[in-house]
Design a protein around this ligand. Structure first.
Ligand SMILES: *Cc1c(COP(=O)(O)O)cnc(C)c1O
Length: 496
């Protein structure tokens, strides 16, 4: 299988090369040139496999240049070894009218772990396979969650290093502790005096500095990013759609061949797009419901065919979905139209005017699979409260956005198919908003008191990664000026 750009240059790559490159050289995203097909028999046999075995088997369909041995090694280093707090890795919890796919049992208690545990393994293996000798230095600017998940994924992975910059005053106390206590022989974490935008533009400037790249190259180092447009971050996510189906089969909740629907809390469109790939491979999926918060640019797009980012930006209680440009949508447009020139045109319009219109025909094809809905913070809080009261289960703020969209879909469509709500974070991660939604008073509490308070009402314990922060040792305490970032990268690159 070859990987090609959504924007139509004639670059063809193996999956290992695409994972090393990240972005195509015309600015497009890498997509497989065909979508592999699986049979019902294949889906049926997944039911008896572990998550790791399911993953190796599905990844093998896309990463055809990796051997099964290599994939098994990658998967076991990513998901084995007690890295996830339950053996199922991505368990499904079944309720009366719907099921919940929990993607937050990894080291940082949010769904980014599903991809960021595996991407570093795929990358390190890709470097070995292609004979590349340089060390890849991953450069990350973070407003909190992605930085920690990337650090956990890359720590002590061969032929890689990672440096994370975060705004000194722009992350929560828990997020700061998570990063400042990060272990690993190949990691650096540095706070900068400034906000997230300063960190991000600093990182962008370093990436586009050609002279600096050449200097690093003489030191045997290449820069790369771990952001969500890398194929190596998307492909791990396809696995859990199959895994959920297999678990529902095993539980007798559905029969082989029954169609099911997924509701996905969406930001950058990576998670839900993985569901689309699963469906195109042959997983029986009826609908993929895209759930947004007040930044509902995708709801409007999926309802009208017009993508328009020229709108007010809201800070919400589901911050990981506070996004106005959903990069992975470009891959969907490519697969729906099979027309790279069209996609390139829309992306040019988006860059120049912030808007594009795909027209009625393309919209119809998209709506055959996708529908969309959104909730504001008030409705989201009410949903958390209701779910807790009715089911004794506490969804986090992002999951609650999806839960509400799923509930409305079930009523409106009088649907009879199984509905799976994709749950993307542990409620402990967003404890303040969750406790407020539950009507608990939190006045004057620090973050550890908030964790304990939530533990008092939640049947799941505080995740080990958060609990252990109370006594963890601070390892990274540097705070630098924003114009010192490039020097910090160089110094770290030179460290053996
Ligand atoms: C990143 C994230 C999302 C959004 O996922 P996308 O792949 O960007 O659509 C939703 N919920 C949580 C908790 C996240 O961290």
């Amino acid at each position: 299988m070859k990987y090609i750009s959504t924007r139509g240059n004639n670059q063809e790559m193996t999956s290992a090369e695409a994972i090393i490159a990240g972005l195509a050289n015309d600015g497009g995203l890498f997509v497989p040139d065909e979508i592999p097909q699986v049979s019902m028999e294949f889906i049926k046999q997944l039911a008896d496999l572990s998550y790791q075995e399911r993953a190796a088997s599905i990844l093998g369909r896309f990463l055809t240049d990796y051997t099964q041995e290599e994939l098994k090694g990658c998967v076991s280093r990513a998901y084995g070894d007690g890295k996830f707090d339950c053996e199922a890795v991505a368990p499904v919890t079944i309720f009366d009218k719907l099921s919940v796919l929990e993607l937050w049992h990894g080291p940082t208690s949010a769904f980014k772990d599903m991809a960021l545990q595996l991407l570093p393994q795929l990358l390190s293996t890709a470097l070995k396979k292609t004979g590349k000798k340089n060390t890849v230095l991953i450069l990350v600017a973070t407003s909190g969650d992605t930085g920690k998940a990337a650090l956990e994924g890359f720590k002590d992975v061969d032929q890689t290093k990672i440096i994370v910059f975060y705004p000194d005053n722009g992350v929560s106390r828990i997020q700061r502790l998570q990063m400042a206590t990060q272990q690993g022989g190949n990691v650096a974490v540095t706070a900068i005096k400034g906000n997230f935008d300063n960190a991000q533009s600093g990182v962008k400037a370093i990436f586009s500095d050609k002279a600096f790249a050449e200097k690093l190259d003489t030191m045997g180092v290449s820069l790369s990013s771990a952001n969500s447009i890398n194929w190596g971050r998307l492909v791990p996510q396809i696995v859990y759609y199959f895994s959920a189906y297999a678990d529902l089969l095993k539980a007798g909740r559905i029969s082989l061949g029954d169609k099911i629907s997924f509701t996905v809390p969406t930001g950058n469109f990576g998670d839900i797009l993985a569901g689309y790939y699963a469906m195109r491979m042959g997983l029986p999926v009826k609908k993929l419901i895209c759930a947004s918060n007040s930044n509902n640019v995708l709801t409007d797009f999926l309802n009208t065919g017009v993508y328009d980012r020229n709108r007010e930006f809201f800070k919400t209680i589901s911050p990981s979905m506070d996004i106005l440009i959903s990069s992975n949508l470009e891959r969907l447009l490519y697969h729906v139209t099979n027309d790279a020139a069209k996609v390139a045109g829309w992306m040019k319009e988006l860059a120049e005017t912030g808007r594009y219109d795909v027209g009625a025909e393309v919209l119809k094809d998209i709506q055959a699979v996708f529908s969309a809905d959104w909730s504001d913070d008030e409705v989201t809080s009410k949903t958390i409260n209701q779910v807790y009261n009715c089911k004794s289960y506490i969804p986090d703020t992002h999951t609650a956005v999806a839960w509400e969209a799923a509930r409305k879909h079930i009523i409106q469509s009088e649907n009879t198919e199984e509905m799976v709500v994709v749950s993307t974070a542990s409620p402990y991660k967003f404890n303040e908003s969750v406790l407020t939604a539950l009507g608990e008073s939190i006045d004057g509490m620090d973050e550890f008191q908030l964790l304990d308070k939530l533990a008092g009402v939640n049947s799941n314990p505080i995740p080990a990664g958060l609990e252990s922060l109370k006594n963890a040792q601070i390892i990274h305490s540097d705070v630098i000026e924003k114009d010192e970032m490039i020097k910090a990268v160089e110094t770290f690159a030179a460290c053996k």
